[in-house]
Design a protein. Sequence first.
Length: 371
Amino acid sequence: MSASNPLKRLSELKQSVWYDYIRRDLMNSGELARLIRDDGLAGMTSNPTIFQKAIAETELYDEDVRRAGDDGKEPFAIFEKLAVDDVCRAADLFRPVFDAAGGRDGFVSIEVGPRLANDTEGSIREARRLWAACDRPNVMVKIPGTAAGVFAIRQCLSEGININITLLFSVSRHREVMEAYLSALEERVAAGQPIDGLRSVASFFVSRVDTNVDKKLDRIGNDAARQLRGKAAIANAKLAYEAFREVFGSSRFAALRAKGASLQRPLWASTSTKDPAYPDLYYVEALVASDTVDTMPPETFAAYRDHGDPKVRISDGMEAARDVFRRLAELGIEETEVSRELEQEGVKKFSDSYDSLLKTLAEKEKAMRVA
């Protein structure tokens, strides 16, 4: 055992840790290479909120923004170039991880525009373009797991594009994206196309579920409600993992695995603790599980390095997890309503960040032109 570093011990328990953060100085300073070397960091995710902060709050991108503006590029095209450049550089740093892991890890994700969350054809076109622009086997294109997104996800997977399905909040939608993956694999097999290089993860959001449900429980305010605070998110993720085990333990997947198919691993997203009433590693510790990924923001990553306690706990209290949703329903809190609200809120949050990002880019480019 690599006893000293809890992050490395997670990998020994077959859980990969990815970084929910990307910024150019990570690559420039050698910090990303250090995280890979010393902490076993195995991948990276990004989203419009992360890029928006990086571009708005630093001068790291200013020179590239000026050059792109001189070339007459629109803000959305400037952003896409910056994102593709960063993702490609990060993917190159992770390439040895990808090669050593036989293509299981070492991925960097880039996201289709959040305005396309309910546009199937638009998502497919943008995913194809981003996949071609990055041109690396260890890149994944992120597509939201909305109803429209599921069709785009299936199509892109059938074309051999690695997909990170994002904004999953319900077990039922998780089952839909697992079905999309299996169907795409079967379509490729039927067409005589290879499936051994295709990779996908299903990003299941965690802490936001408690943020939503706890507010509802606080409004109810009785003892039954108070006892359920902080219980829904972990219960939801445990049930998603149970569904994953069922689907990928099936004879249907076994036939695909014999032809080289890989698991579509659950990726735990939003695992930082939002409510100070809960411990800082509340979600991470509860969801240690084999064949999963946890994408952690820098603060959570550092906290786990400092005082993480890696043990597989995912199967603890499965009956209690099922009971949580029965008890919530008795209080009038329906899982389907919670997941619908969270999906809409997630799409809006990323869309707002994207709009803010484009505004920042337009302002920066104009200021440099005037200067």
